[in-house]
Design a protein around this ligand. Sequence first.
Ligand SMILES: Nc1ncnc2c1ncn2[C@@H]1O[C@H](COP(=O)(O)OP(=O)(O)OP(=O)(O)O)[C@@H](O)[C@H]1O
Ligand SMILES: [Mg+2]
Length: 333
Amino acid sequence: MTRDEQPLIGESQSFLEVLDEVSRVAPLDRPVLVVGERGTGKELIAERLHFLSGRWDRPLVKLNCGAISESLLESELFGHEAGAFTDASRSRKGRFELADGGSLFLDELATTSMNIQEKLLRVIEYGQYERLGSSTTRAVDVRLIGATNVDLPGLADAGKFRADLLDRLAFDVITLPPLRQRREDILPLADHFAMRMTRELGRELFAGFSTNARNLLLNHPWPGNIRQLKNVVERAIYRHEDPDQPVSGIQFDPFESPWRPLSDHTQSQTLIGADNQTLPDDLRAHLDDCEKQLVMRALAEHHGNQREAAERLGLSYDQLRGIIKKHKIKARR
Ligand SMILES: Nc1ncnc2c1ncn2[C@@H]1O[C@H](COP(=O)(O)OP(=O)(O)OP(=O)(O)O)[C@@H](O)[C@H]1O
Ligand SMILES: [Mg+2]
């Protein structure tokens, strides 16, 4: 996809500050680390860093270090010679070589082994590396953009990430705020994804979200951040049937069903919430969420029988009906 198809939406103070920082650091030929929870837009920011740099017309190569095994990662990064390992029938360029003159985006950096970290340090520091199975030192000119959703200084303190590599990588660190801490961005993003989905479906009109839907979107804690918001909005749009009416059906969890099989894990998450590291910054929304999850669980345990579920929870039947209606829980009558 080109840059034009992926506009960066956001008007909150914290997001605008991030964009300023990106513009400032982009032209510098130094490594940058992009930090943020899952789905906060790290990859989009990495793209912007590349396209605002002097390397914009050179390749931007990407690699997710978390997705492959260590031995494969090494050959992906640095390439290999024929015969370097059993399956290596031909020599192959690594991502550094492919990115020569441009930028290399390394996602999920925290998962790399000490061995790889050592090689990364050398290539950042001296622009030198060897292909696997070769003793010839090669030179390369690549700007590294790293991304992580974990606390790298914490890992370095615990001896699990090289502190010297961290120092080199973190010439500048761009930290993306989670969506729940930039609520002003929720509705502009939701409208953007809604209009894009409407176009994608070949429909003409997006009549906006109902007031209730907007409130639901605004008050959700969004543990999966912008990616989750995008999914929720796209689902709401494609399920919406009457184009003249505002979109009102918001379902946060596609697995939501009274028939959902429950694991211990789902159950223990119920009260803690999806994000158990911070206090909820909207207690009411959080408690509402817990209420909804517990009622769904009771319904599931009682195979959708609302009288039994109400009794189990010490509620009257009408109280339970009220809660089901409030949360738009799909339930048998
Ligand atoms: N500011 C934004 N404006 C519009 N779309 C955005 C914005 N930020 C993120 N997105 C969209 O949200 C989704 C997630 O973004 P991205 O893949 O960059 O996140 P990430 O931080 O790399 O996530 P992960 O940690 O899971 O890899 C993508 O579809 C992206 O296009
Ligand atoms: Mg990513």
